[in-house]
Design a protein around this ligand. Structure first.
Ligand SMILES: Nc1nc2c(ncn2[C@@H]2O[C@H](COP(=O)(O)OP(=O)(O)O)[C@@H](O)[C@H]2O)c(=O)[nH]1
Ligand SMILES: [Mg+2]
Ligand SMILES: [Zn+2]
Length: 350
């Protein structure tokens, strides 16, 4: 039943989907602006950025087509809304802004909680000594991470990043000011050019509307930016938190706590509590997760359909950008919402 041209949705806007064809015929455009076949509309199947699709009825002259089928998704991120993401590239700077370990942990936990592979990347290496880098390296190794070290001014550091990105779909995340845009612009040199072209084609400017978009890397692979934010809320429950620390995960493969539902606080026979660097992060994030779970339970009782992304003291509050679908309670309504509604919501959320 899967006939037509295979492609990946790289942008969604209104009722149009920009599809990058995997194997366009020679001398034919690789990008088609597509609509959905009515059969997909009837089943209410939402097309997401990152979806692998089958395109029919190509109109090469007009660079148009119609999406006839969607392949099952391997993964689904909520914010940014992208399907089939292979990895999250979490970027932090070693300096300017100063690397704050707890903030880094918070971002790592948020990224880990999506279930998608996390690659840490530390930028601005030119601003610190090689001793400082070595110190961070051994420290992060204890955390269970082997970061890529990067600098705009040190081209010798780039090949390892390129190798990590080639052939994969990657979402770049991290706080603002760490060098994400600089990194993306370097990886995709003609981005500005292509951005302008896309804006024209989709009718609305990328810079006036926040929407998710995947960009093709020259060496193969897709990359998406996720707008910067500084302090993600925890999205995981207190019960889940421990598993998002690689060093706890590792320890629990070797030994086990006395109680199966151990929170690794005061329990007797706990094998996790102890003298390791991020135990303090674990304690403070656990406290937060417990408070949040309690608050969520209260709200669930009070009000069905409570939306946390509403105003917080009057001002719009940014929720974590990286949230996997499984933590979202999908209401019947949201499953049946139209694309227009979905896009409208996505634009507000993103
Ligand atoms: N020294 C140094 N500065 C950098 C590097 N990468 C980015 N910057 C600077 O950091 C600032 C923030 O960069 P930007 O890419 O906008 O960060 P974003 O907010 O994460 O997208 C800019 O002034 C960049 O020129 C780097 O490798 N070394
Ligand atoms: Mg930026
Ligand atoms: Zn324990």
């Amino acid at each position: 039943m899967t006939t037509g041209l295979a492609g990946t949705v790289v942008a969604v806007q209104a009722n149009f989907y920009r599809v990058q064809l995997h194997h366009p015929p020679a001398d034919h455009p690789a990008l088609l602006l597509c609509t959905r076949r009515s059969r997909l509309l009837k089943t209410g199947q939402r097309v997401m950025v990152g979806d692998r699709v089958w395109v029919e009825e190509p109109d090469w002259q007009g660079q148009r087509g119609a999406i006839a089928a969607i392949e099952p998704r391997k993964s689904e991120l909520d914010r940014p809304a992208i399907a089939n993401v292979d990895q999250i590239l979490l970027v932090f700077a070693v300096a300017e802004p100063e690397l704050d370990p707890l903030q880094l942990s918070r971002f790592l936990i948020t990224a880990e909680s999506t279930g998608i592979q996390v690659q840490l990347c530390l930028s601005k290496c030119d601003l610190v000594t090689s001793e400082a880098i070595a110190q961070w390296q051994s420290r992060l190794d204890q955390w269970g991470y082997q970061p890529l070290w990067l600098s705009q001014n040190q081209p010798e550091r780039w090949p390892s990043l390129l190798a990590q990105l080639t052939g994969r779909t990657t979402v770049v995340a991290g706080p603002s000011g760490v060098g994400k845009s600089s990194l993306i612009n370097r990886l995709i040199p003609d981005l500005e050019l292509r951005t302008a072209k896309v804006s024209g084609k989709l009718g609305r400017g990328r810079h006036t509307t926040r929407h998710v978009e995947l960009f093709e890397l020259p060496q193969g692979g897709l990359l998406a930016d996720s707008p910067g934010f500084n302090q993600p809320d925890l999205t995981c429950s207190d019960r889940e938190l421990a598993q998002y620390f690689p060093e706890i995960r590792q320890r629990l493969t070797e030994v086990s706590c006395q109680f199966q539902d151990c929170r690794h606080l005061e329990e007797p026979g706990c094998c996790i509590r102890g003298d390791w660097e991020r135990y303090a992060h674990y304690q403070s994030l656990l406290e937060e997760a417990i408070a949040q779970t309690q608050q969520q339970n209260r709200s669930n009782q009070e009000e069905v359909g409570f939306k946390r992304k509403s105003a917080d003291g009057g001002k719009l509050r940014y929720e974590p950008k990286l949230q996997s679908r499984r933590y979202r309670r999908d209401s019947r309504r949201s499953q049946h919402q139209t694309v227009a509604e979905a896009l409208h919501n996505a634009e507000i959320e993103d």
